[in-house]
Design a protein around this ligand. Structure first.
Ligand code: HEM
Length: 537
C-alpha cells in the first residue's frame, strides 16, 4: 500500500491503521482484516444511525437522552449546532414563529449547540417557570463569568449569598424612600439633557436631533449618581474612560459567542471574548476600587440624609452578615451600571418614537401633564403619580417593545422538574418569550396597534400592573429573580418622558422616517436610532 492511498483516505486507507488495534493479536491475516473491515463499517453505520436518531427527534441532539414519555415539541435544527444559526438579531421573533410552526406555544424544546433549551410562549407556562423554585438559577455566559458577574445579583447562583444581595437591594439600594430621595438628581439629569437637545436643535434648520447618545449619557450619569454619588463629564478623560469601559462591557455581554454553546471551541476563543474581557477587567477593578477608597476616606463626613447616600455608602455601611468584601462590592456595583443604563435609555427612546408616529397620543399626554403639573417649576414624583395616561403609555411601550423580549437573561433548572406536564431535566436553560406573549392576538386585541387606552380603566381598558403578578405583561420578569430595579427604572422613564413632552413638541424628521424595527443585543433597541424634530414649547 502506498502512502498516497493512506493520506487520501481511499478504501482501506484510514481504517488500515485501526484494524490491528481491533484484531486480538495485532497480527491479523488478510482474511481477518477483511472481516474486521466489514465489522468496523457496520459499527460506523450503526453509530451514524444512532446519531441521526438522536438528532432527528423533537428538540434536536441536545435532547437525545432526555425525551421522556411525552417529548417536548420543537425543531431539531442542524447536527452539532442545532438551532444556533437560525436565531440572528431578532431571536424573539424567530422563536415565536417556531413555536407556532411546532404548535409549541406552551413549551418548545431546542438545541443550541450542546445547550438544552426550553422556551415558554404562553402566560401559563411562563408562570410555571418564573415562579418555580426549580428555576432560580441562571446560566452564565463566558463573558459574564469573566466580567465578575458571577458574584453580582443577576448571576449569583441561588443560595445564601444571592439571598443576602437581594435583601440588601430590597431594603437599602432600591427602597421606596431611596428612590424618592433621588428624585431631584433624576430631574437635574433630565434638565441637562433638555438644555443640550435645545441647543443642538436650534443649530439646524429643521430642528432635528438624534436623541440616543443624549439619552445614554443621561442614563449613565443618572445611575452613576445613584451608585457612586457623582456624575461625569463625558468630554473629560475620566468620563471618556468610563464610557469606553461600559461600551466595551455592553458589547461583550451582548455578543454572540459560539463557545457558550459548543464548549470544545472555548480554548480557541473564536470571537476574542476571553482576550477582550481579560483586558477590561483590571481597568474596571481599578476604577471602582478607586471610588470605594475615596468613599472610605470621606467616611468621616457623615451623610445622615438618605438623598446624599449612594450605593457605595450603603454597602460600606453594611454590618455583620450583610458585610461584603471589596471584590464582591465591585461586582455588585459594576452590574448595576449595566442593568440600569441601557434599559432606561432604550425604553425612553422607544416611547419617544411612538409619540412621534402617534401625534394625537402625544397631545393627549401633554394635555394630561399640563393639568397635573400646572404652574409648578418642575415635574415631581407626586405629579407622576397623578398621570395615569403617562403610565399607560409606558406600559403600552413595554408591551409592544419590551427591552428584554426574552427577559434579558434566562433561567436554569437546578433539578428535574415538570412544566406543562413535560419532564424538564436538571441543567436545562429556560427562556420566557415575553415578546411572543405580548404580541399574541389570542391575548391582546390588535396586538400590533399602539393603543395606551387598553391600560386606562376610564377607556374600558384593564389596570394591569407590571410587577410580575400578571404574566400577560411581565417585562421585568417575575418570581424570586424579578427585576429589583423596576421601581427605579419606571420612576426615571416616567419623569423623563413627562419633562421631554412638556418642554418640546416632537415630530417626524424630514431627513429620516421613524422605523419601529428592533435589533436584539443585550437589550432590544431601535435598529435605526430615533431622529426627530423638536420644537421648544
Ligand atoms: C426599563 C427598565 C428595566 C427593565 C425592562 C428590566 C428588565 C429586567 C428583566 C426582564 C430581568 C430578569 C427578571 C427575571 O429573570 O425574572 C431583570 C433582572 C435584573 N434587573 Fe432589571 N430591568 C430594568 C431596569 C433595571 C434597573 C434600573 C436596575 C438597577 C439599577 C436593574 C437591575 C436588575 C438586576 C440586578 C436583575 C437581576 C435580578 C436577579 O437575578 O436576582 N434593572 N431586569
Amino acid at each position: 500500500m502506498n502512502m498516497e492511498g493512506v493520506m487520501s483516505g481511499g478504501a482501506g486507507g484510514f481504517w488500515m491503521f485501526a484494524l490491528p488495534l481491533l484484531s486480538k493479536s495485532g497480527r491479523s491475516t488478510l482474511n481477518e482484516q477483511g472481516h474486521s473491515g466489514v465489522t468496523l463499517l457496520a459499527v460506523g453505520v450503526i453509530c451514524a444511525l444512532i446519531l441521526i436518531l438522536f438528532w432527528a427527534g423533537p428538540g434536536g441532539a441536545a435532547w437525545a437522552l432526555y425525551r421522556g414519555r411525552k417529548p417536548i415539541p420543537g425543531p431539531r435544527g442542524y447536527p452539532i449546532v442545532g438551532s444556533l444559526m437560525e436565531m440572528g438579531t431578532q431571536a424573539h421573533r424567530k422563536l415565536a414563529l417556531l413555536a407556532r410552526e411546532y404548535e409549541a406555544e406552551g413549551l418548545m424544546a431546542l438545541s443550541m449547540g450542546s445547550t438544552r433549551l426550553v422556551v415558554a410562549s404562553s402566560p401559563e407556562t411562563a408562570r410555571e417557570i418564573l415562579h418555580s423554585t426549580a428555576f432560580s438559577d441562571r446560566p452564565i455566559k463566558q463573558s459574564a463569568q469573566q466580567l465578575l458577574f458571577a458574584r453580582a445579583i443577576g448571576f449569583a447562583p441561588h443560595g445564601e449569598y444571592w439571598r443576602r444581595l437581594r435583601r440588601i437591594a430590597a431594603n437599602h439600594l432600591f427602597s421606596p424612600k431611596r428612590i424618592t430621595a433621588h428624585g431631584a438628581a433624576r430631574q437635574l439629569e433630565c434638565q441637562l439633557m433638555v438644555d443640550t437637545l435645545h441647543e443642538l436643535s436650534s443649530m439646524v434648520v429643521d430642528g432635528s436631533v438624534t436623541v440616543r447618545t443624549h439619552l445614554q449619557h443621561a442614563a449613565l450619569n443618572n445611575i452613576m449618581g445613584s451608585v457612586f454619588g457623582r456624575r461625569f463629564d463625558f468630554h473629560s478623560t475620566e468620563g471618556r474612560q468610563l464610557k469606553e469601559m461600559t461600551r466595551e462591557g455592553f458589547d461583550l455581554l451582548g455578543a454572540f459567542n459560539w463557545a457558550d454553546h459548543l464548549p470544545l471551541l472555548e480554548p480557541l476563543d473564536p470571537h476574542n471574548i476571553h482576550g477582550r474581557c481579560a483586558d477590561l477587567v483590571p481597568k474596571v477593578v481599578a476604577f471602582v476600587q478607586n471610588i470605594i477608597d475615596e468613599h472610605r476616606l470621606n467616611a468621616s463626613t457623615a451623610k445622615d440624609c438618605i438623598a446624599e447616600m449612594d450605593f457605595v455608602d450603603v454597602l460600606l455601611g453594611m454590618e455583620d452578615d450583610d458585610k461584603l468584601s471589596d471584590a464582591d462590592m465591585i461586582a455588585v456595583l459594576w452590574e448595576m451600571i449595566f442593568r440600569g443604563t441601557d434599559t432606561t435609555a432604550i425604553l425612553t427612546e422607544w416611547i419617544l418614537a411612538e409619540l412621534v408616529v402617534n401625534p394625537e397620543i402625544q397631545s393627549k399626554l401633554r394635555h394630561e401633564l399640563r393639568i397635573v403639573v400646572g404652574d409648578a417649576q418642575s415635574v415631581t414624583e407626586a405629579h407622576i403619580a397623578r398621570s395615569p395616561y403617562l403610565l399607560a403609555i409606558v406600559k403600552e411601550t413595554l408591551r409592544l417593545h419590551p427591552p428584554g423580549p426574552l427577559l434579558s437573561w434566562a433561567r436554569l433548572s437546578t433539578r428535574d422538574t415538570h412544566v406543562a406536564g413535560h419532564l424538564v431535566p436538571a441543567g436545562t436553560t429556560a427562556m420566557v418569550n415575553m415578546w411572543a406573549i405580548t404580541h399574541d392576538e389570542k391575548i391582546w386585541e390588535n396586538p400590533l396597534e399602539f393603543r395606551p387606552e387598553r391600560f386606562t380603566a376610564g377607556d374600558g381598558g384593564v389596570e394591569l400592573d407590571v410587577k410580575g403578578s400578571d404574566l400577560r405583561l411581565a417585562p421585568f420578569g417575575a418570581g424570586r429573580r424579578v427585576c429589583p430595579g423596576r421601581a427605579l427604572g419606571m420612576a426615571t422613564v416616567q419623569m423623563w418622558i413627562a419633562k421631554l413632552v412638556l418642554e418640546f413638541e416632537w415630530s417626524m424628521s424630514s431627513k429620516q422616517p421613524v422605523i419601529l424595527d428592533e435589533v436584539l443585543k443585550l437589550s432590544s433597541e431601535m435598529r435605526q436610532p430615533l431622529e426627530a424634530c423638536i420644537r421648544k414649547l
